[in-house]
Design a protein. Sequence first.
Length: 137
Amino acid sequence: MKNVLLLLVFFASLFSCKKDEVDKTVNESFDTAQAIILSQGDFSSGAHATSGNVKLYSKNGSNYLVFDNFKTDSGPDLRVYLSKANNVISFFEIGGLKATNGSFYYSVDSTINTSEYNHVLIWCEDFSVLFGSAQLQ
């Protein structure tokens, strides 16, 4: 009985983040002139289909996460985290996810050690579900 209950909770978490959210597309360009790519990675799916590329740039003493051709399912309160691993045990919140489709960027606090916090997570805060992730290399 306990195994059945755990299985039901697991499947509920897979579908629970599909709350009446509308897909949002953003095409926000990042000026790469004088920017240096520090690392990059491709998104892979977690509990929801997630794809695209993310690059970490340094420009004029600041760091930026640039999402390109990004796509994920919609969900409530999706957040972008930089984490040490593919989990939310040790992480920094970058901000709310700007869009479920498109290209956009975030500035990254200069106090974050991006070589240590090198996993970009798309996290559903309401249901504690990892939508997808990319490891910056």
